[in-house]
Design a protein around this ligand. Structure first.
Ligand SMILES: [Zn+2]
Length: 219
């Protein structure tokens, strides 16, 4: 997960209380959430949903409340439903959601389970760990394309690109310009704007040498 900074002023279409997913709401959410699902961090989800973080269950105030609207992919929305309603809030200014849930990438494209671990024992962190574990480690799906298996493979590919760049940067046989280029790309890869950022950032966080090199770019 990654923290977002929500704008204070709500998109204009919400004031009419007719629809909560108008074009202005969608485009503002897309920008704020870096075009990623706030739960699994997949980019350009094939079926984007506007989600009510706190399930509205018919309550009109909750339904059109700008601060209650989140950008989520169809699969995560379907897994979450009303079953998980006490989660860490990625728009909160009080804590860093990234550091509260450890995400470790798979070692192969086919690994059937990846590590998702709560780093605190409060109720919200534990419930968020459960939901993310279900998202990444089950095959539950609402379309044939996106499954847990597909997500884990995509995460592995991202992690593999990261490792290739690390190898290039530390390869003494390479000319300086190639090493410099690798370092610049690594600095970009650890930004929260990247797909599956939590997995790459946790690798950096847990490795002293990488943390010295890239820690300042964990935004
Ligand atoms: Zn998702």
């Amino acid at each position: 997960m990654f923290n977002v900074e929500r704008t204070e002023v709500a998109p204009a279409s919400l004031a009419a209380r007719r629809e909560y997913a108008g074009e202005d709401v969608l485009s503002e959410l897309r920008r704020i959430f870096y075009d990623k699902c706030y739960l699994c961090e997949i980019k350009d989800p094939t079926s984007i949903n506007v989600e009510h973080f706190d399930a509205h269950q018919g309550n009109e105030d909750k339904k059109f409340d700008w601060s209650n609207l989140y950008y989520v992919c169809g699969r995560c929305n379907n897994i979450k439903l009303a079953k998980y309603n006490n989660l860490l809030d990625c728009a909160s200014l009080d804590y860093d959601v990234f550091k509260l849930i450890k995400h470790l990438p798979p070692h192969t494209p086919f690994q059937s389970k990846i590590i998702i671990k709560a780093m605190d024992d409060d109720e919200k962190t534990i419930e968020t760990e459960k939901l993310l574990d279900e998202i990444f480690n089950t095959e539950k799906t609402i379309n044939k394309k996106i499954t847990g298996k597909y997500l884990r493979k995509k995460i592995f590919q991202k992690y593999n690109r990261f490792l290739e760049l690390v190898n290039t940067y530390f390869d003494d046989e390479l000319p300086q310009n190639r090493k410099d280029d690798a370092l610049e790309r690594l600095q970009v890869l650890v930004s929260k704007k990247q797909e599956f950022s939590a997995f790459i950032r946790w690798i950096v966080l847990e490795d002293n040498q990488l943390n010295n090199l890239l820690g300042d770019y964990i935004d």
